[in-house]
Design a protein around this ligand. Structure first.
Ligand code: NAD
Length: 323
């Protein structure tokens, strides 16, 4: 059994705990949160710690997963790399570029494998899109739009998400998902133009136009929508011979020959030996943690959503888009 230590039992820690409980050959062995009731809610038999550092020092675990507010990632990831060989850090990898450099230096020193929670790289529709782009079957990409728009995230402990000095704001917390995915698929653009609405952080909106040799890509993100507006994560990619669109809960292919839904096989968790339910309820989180835990079980290198990847996306965002 692979023993997991989970630090931070808030919104994302809860999602990760549910994934670990559904994964085969994996046990949630220790949980830590400074709010004891949050740790207790997820524990389900796991040892409970009142602070992440106590878990790192004392828990008997094989891997450590850090779901803390962003401004704490670096401090805890540095300690975790001293303790275990496999560390998962939620996105954005760190608050600053300097901190991500410290993590890379510590990785060189310890040989730890680190995965960053750039979960879109593992999300079914985005994985399918990547396969379609790389296959070339509909020709080159001509134009694309990636959009992530959301009401204000008001769940954070002590409202840390709304303090830009702790979270980096909507650009660093939300928009980085699509930026990271675009970089992973298309690389860095030749030129870009990025506009950030500065009315207030709560209403901030980022629009970025990236120019490549053959195509232009727009990426937009906000968490400034009213509470009644649904969260939306969509894309439309125009190829020479087709359009692939993921919007309104439908994943569609449009060609001159007609329109069809692109089917994605949704596996039942019970069929995989875990708790019952539909794997799609856990989204790409299950997929990314399946990959992470399989690498750890097999002693393999983390090659997807690596520390280098997460750090490069942060650097691109802070220096080229917002700089
Ligand atoms: N991948 C995604 O789609 C996604 C989505 C949401 C959040 N996130 C990321 O996950 C991270 C956590 O965000 P969240 O929304 O879960 O925040 P949250 O506020 O809901 O949870 C953070 C938890 O950390 C706890 N905590 C604070 N200091 C601690 C310490 N020293 N030791 C132990 N626990 C401590 C808090 O009590 C809280 O329960 C952030 O980096 C965020 O950007 C990623």
């Amino acid at each position: 059994m692979l023993k997991v230590g989970l630090i931070g039992c808030g919104f994302m820690g809860t999602m990760h705990a549910n994934c670990y409980k559904a994964l085969e050959g994996v046990t949630l062995a220790a949980v830590a949160d400074i709010r004891p009731e949050k740790a207790a809610q997820l524990a389900d038999g796991a040892e409970i710690f009142g602070d992440g550092k106590e878990l790192i020092e004392q828990a008997d675990v094989d891997i450590i997963d850090i779901c803390l507010p962003t401004y704490l990632h670096a401090e805890y990831a540095l300690l975790a790399m001293e303790k275990v060989r496999y560390v998962f850090v939620e996105k954005p990898v760190t608050l600053t570029i300097a901190e991500s450099e410290l993590l890379k230096a510590k990785q060189m020193e310890t040989g730890a494998f680190v995965q960053v929670g750039q979960v879109i790289r593992f999300w079914d529709e985005y994985v399918a899109l990547r396969d379609i782009v790389r296959s070339g079957k509909y020709g080159k990409v001509v134009n694309a739009n990636f959009r992530r728009i959301s009401p204000s995230p008001d769940w954070g402990w002590n409202n840390w998400l709304h303090d830009v000095s702790l979270s980096g704001g909507a650009a660093q917390d939300l928009h980085i998902h699509d930026v990271d995915f675009v970089l992973s698929l298309f690389g860095e653009p030749k030129t870009l133009h990025s506009v950030r609405n500065t009315l207030s952080e709560k209403n901030s909106y980022v629009n970025t136009l990236m120019q490549y040799d053959d195509c232009a890509i727009t990426v937009e993100g906000t968490w400034g929508l009213p509470a009644s507006h649904p969260f939306e994560a969509t894309f439309r990619v125009v190829f020479e011979k087709a359009v692939v669109e993921n919007a309104g809960g439908k994943f569609m292919l449009y060609t001159d020959g007609g329109v069809e839904e692109i089917k994605i096989e949704k596996k039942e968790l019970s069929a995989m030996g875990g708790t019952s339910g539909n794997i799609s309820d856990l989204g790409g989180y299950y997929n990314e943690l399946y990959y992470f835990t399989e690498c750890a079980k097999n002693g393999e290198e983390i090659k997807q959503a690596t520390l280098a990847d997460g750090s490069a996306s942060l650097k691109f965002l802070l220096e080229r888009e917002l700089g």
